[in-house]
Design a binder for this molecule. Structure first.
Ligand SMILES: *[C@@H]1O[C@H](CO)[C@@H](O)[C@H](O)[C@H]1NC(C)=O
Ligand SMILES: *[C@@H]1O[C@H](CO)[C@@H](O)[C@H](O)[C@H]1NC(C)=O
Ligand SMILES: *[C@@H]1O[C@H](CO)[C@@H](O)[C@H](O)[C@H]1NC(C)=O
Ligand SMILES: *[C@@H]1O[C@H](CO)[C@@H](O)[C@H](O)[C@H]1NC(C)=O
Ligand SMILES: *[C@@H]1O[C@H](CO)[C@@H](O)[C@H](O)[C@H]1NC(C)=O
Ligand SMILES: *[C@@H]1O[C@H](CO)[C@@H](O)[C@H](O)[C@H]1NC(C)=O
Ligand SMILES: *[C@@H]1O[C@H](CO)[C@@H](O)[C@H](O)[C@H]1NC(C)=O
Ligand SMILES: *[C@@H]1O[C@H](CO)[C@@H](O)[C@H](O)[C@H]1NC(C)=O
Ligand SMILES: *[C@@H]1O[C@H](CO)[C@@H](O)[C@H](O)[C@H]1NC(C)=O
Ligand SMILES: *[C@@H]1O[C@H](CO)[C@@H](O)[C@H](O)[C@H]1NC(C)=O
Ligand SMILES: *[C@@H]1O[C@H](CO)[C@@H](O)[C@H](O)[C@H]1NC(C)=O
Ligand SMILES: *[C@@H]1O[C@H](CO)[C@@H](O)[C@H](O)[C@H]1NC(C)=O
Length: 392
């Protein structure tokens, strides 16, 4: 051993070396010194021996600075340094029996930093192409590697089945993105590298709700969201009980909740995606009943007509002063009440349901003359058959 080292020392002193080949690399990349060392040789950085080969056996852990990053390939005989840092720049010499080479390595910082924003579930493609040799790193971990045009994309559990390499474009691609994939990615290829800062956000919108009413007072609350890969559920707010739920309802997008009778509970429809939630709260009374719209009132000849366009379970009433003299009620609108007026005064039409009420008044000065008796027989005319009661 001592003898060998002595020989090498003498060689390094007296064998003239080939001067300075420039090697340019970017931080994070790998450099290979193409001077083959098969049985005996050393690699020096500045004046320090950082690697040596003795009788075909390598020692590559001589320097703390290059710990774990200096490799020797026994088949090619080349030393290489991975995960380069700018401070690795400098002069390297490879000495073997008979010859020496000098390399002037320049490690530049990453010269390109690109922000990429994606939403969860989406795909990202890193445009820096790797054709034959290169790596994709996430934070400090190598998650993809291309060696001699062959890819390895199953190096990391986090990206299992989601990392792809396209051999024709040379681009790495990650599919089905998750928020935790956010971070720094580096693509090293052919001595160049690019850094991409990926931000994966969760796009999630408030669920949409819709009421579907049956005539018997039952109402189905439907909840819907256009986002994919989510969980949808109806929760009763008084006890947090989940009433119904669906996972990834891309095929059956509506989640229904049956609301019966005088249900006063509040319910929330919750959409959850990658741990992020958005919800909409409903209560039967206001959700299943639409408020009444302002009634319209018309007086012509002997007829007073009162009508309402919108609202569920509307009761439409007509008052003279404070006295109600006719009303109708119907689950659906539009609804019209038509009467023959025999008295002067202020008539008030009121549309009312569980949710709201609206009124409108009209002053009647001139009452019906002429064919009064004929018209009296049509005293109350309902445009809808679903009449309830007539009061005087
Ligand atoms: C190596 O590169 C540096 C900076 O580019 C330069 O100053 C130096 O002279 C070079 N050395 C050799 C041996 O080429
Ligand atoms: C490396 O960089 C130096 C100066 O920065 C330049 O003169 C030289 O041509 C470059 N070499 C290669 C192989 O790109
Ligand atoms: C390398 O050694 C030479 C002579 O032994 C010395 O002049 C030089 O300063 C040394 N360089 C470094 C970087 O230590
Ligand atoms: C280098 O590695 C060898 C075994 O692989 C070990 O015996 C030796 O202590 C290591 N040297 C340093 C400086 O870490
Ligand atoms: C050594 O280099 C050869 C030729 O490039 C390659 O096939 C082999 O995988 C390398 N070995 C290691 C351990 O990197
Ligand atoms: C060194 O090289 C010479 C010829 O160039 C060869 O005869 C000798 O065996 C070599 N020694 C070693 C240790 O490789
Ligand atoms: C990505 O989002 C960040 C903040 O959310 C923003 O500053 C940046 O401009 C966005 N980049 C692109 C390319 O949209
Ligand atoms: C990545 O490496 C840098 C320095 O090389 C270190 O400061 C950082 O903590 C490492 N990050 C992770 C996630 O390992
Ligand atoms: C109302 O009708 C629907 C559909 O026919 C039925 O499912 C529901 O049980 C009924 N509700 C009541 C209170 O009768
Ligand atoms: C329901 O859950 C929310 C949040 O998890 C909590 O703040 C609330 O107290 C719970 N209510 C009941 C009745 O358990
Ligand atoms: C009734 O509802 C429809 C649809 O929501 C609306 O366009 C219309 O203006 C409403 N009518 C009245 C009188 O409010
Ligand atoms: C009509 O609605 C108002 C609130 O908009 C409420 O104060 C009033 O009591 C209601 N009237 C009737 C008769 O329901």
């Amino acid at each position: 051993m001592k003898k060998v080292l002595k020989i090498l020392h003498i060689l390094s002193l007296f064998v003239p070396f080939v001067v300075g080949e420039n090697l340019n690399e970017t931080a994070g990349g790998t450099v290979s010194f193409p001077h083959s060392v098969k049985k005996e040789g050393v690699l020096k950085y500045e004046n320090e021996t950082i690697g040596q080969i003795i009788d075909g056996q390598s020692q590559t852990n001589l320097s703390e600075h290059f710990a774990g990053r200096l490799l020797w390939n026994s088949s090619t005989g080349y030393f290489s340094i991975t995960d380069l840092k700018p401070e690795d720049s400098g002069e390297y010499r490879v000495h073997t029996n008979g010859s020496s080479s000098s390399y002037n390595l320049t490690v530049s910082g990453e010269f390109s930093m690109t922000d990429i924003n994606r939403t969860a579930g989406g795909t990202v493609s890193f445009p820096h192409s790797v054709k034959k040799e290169g790596v994709l790193k996430y934070e400090n971990e190598t998650i993809g590697r291309v060696t001699d045009g062959q890819s390895q994309t199953n190096l990391s559990e986090q990206f299992a089945g989601r990392l792809l390499w396209n051999s024709s474009t040379g681009c790495f691609r990650i599919t089905a993105l998750k928020p935790e994939d956010s971070g720094e990615y580096r693509v090293h290829s052919h001595g160049t590298s690019r850094v991409y800062t990926l931000t994966v956000s969760v796009a999630i919108s408030k669920p949409t709700t819709k009421a579907y009413r049956y005539g018997n007072g039952t109402c189905i609350a439907l909840c819907y969201t256009k986002d994919w890969n989510h969980r949808l559920r109806w929760v009763r707010m008084s006890d947090n009980q989940t009433m119904a739920q669906l996972y990834n309802p891309s095929e059956k997008p509506w989640l229904g909740l049956l609301l019966n009778g005088e249900d006063k509970d509040r319910y929330k429809c919750v959409v959850e995606r990658y741990g992020v939630e958005k919800f909409t709260i409903i209560q039967k009374k206001t959700f299943c009943n639409t408020p009444v719209s302002k009634p319209k009132i018309e007086f012509s000849g002997c007829h007073l007509r009162c009508s309402v366009e919108n609202g569920t379970d509307v009761t439409l009433s007509l008052f003279l002063g404070n006295k109600m003299f006719v009303y109708i009620t119907d689950p659906s609108t539009p609804l019209t009440l038509s009467v023959i007026v025999e008295k002067r005064g202020i008539f008030r039409c009121e549309a009312k349901n569980h949710v709201s009420n609206e009124t409108l008044s009209i002053k009647v000065d001139a009452i019906c003359s002429g064919n009064y008796h004929l018209k009296k027989s049509f005293l109350v005319v309902f445009t809808l058959l679903s009449l309830s009661t007539v009061l005087f």
